[in-house]
Design a protein around this ligand. Structure first.
Ligand code: HEM
Length: 138
């Protein structure tokens, strides 16, 4: 079956592994910078992230996404297997925190103005992963 038909059937133009090739380092950098620019003012997330090391947190998310979406595996080289649920264990991640995180990321996606096919893949991934990471009741 030709690949284009495959994509038509899934309704998804780009596979996850192709996103890095489409938006490059710069696309991830702009997206993650737009996300973290909003974190300090957020009433839920502002308290949660390390105030003195927002730049470090920004780097970790950026490197993770680059590796996850087909770019060089620098995150795993530096930090090992992501084990995201385990790494979020110290934080109280209820539905409200999840919704704040997703709202900030949706806004960041708008600001970064990425190609529509890449944006769709990323948005779906963020929504699903954020839900999967919930570890507390509201
Ligand atoms: C659902 C709401 C979420 C909240 C409230 C949240 C909160 C946090 C916080 C407070 C940190 C510590 C910051 C730091 O690195 O020093 C963190 C780390 C991280 N988060 Fe999230 N997060 C959420 C969802 C997500 C999602 C959806 C992803 C994946 C796209 C993600 C990926 C990461 C990564 C890769 C790290 C760094 C882990 C490490 O290497 O230590 N997070 N998160």
């Amino acid at each position: 079956m030709p690949r284009s038909y495959d994509r038509l059937v899934t309704g998804n133009g780009l596979s996850e592994g192709e996103v890095y090739g489409r938006i490059g380092e710069d696309g991830f950098a702009r997206l993650v910078a737009a996300f973290y620019a909003q974190v300090p003012q957020d009433e839920v997330l502002g308290q949660m992230y390390p105030k003195g090391d927002l730049a470090g947190a920004e780097l970790r998310l950026r490197e993770f996404l680059v590796g996850r979406f087909g770019g060089p595996p620098r995150y795993e080289e530096a930090r090992g297997h992501p084990r995201l649920r385990m790494r979020h264990h110290p934080f109280r991640l209820d539905q409200r925190a999840r919704d704040h995180w997703v709202a900030l990321m949706d806004r960041a996606l708008e600001q970064a103005a990425l190609p529509a096919d890449a944006e769709l893949v990323l948005r779906e991934f963020f929504h699903q992963t954020a839900t999967f990471l919930i570890n507390a009741r509201d």
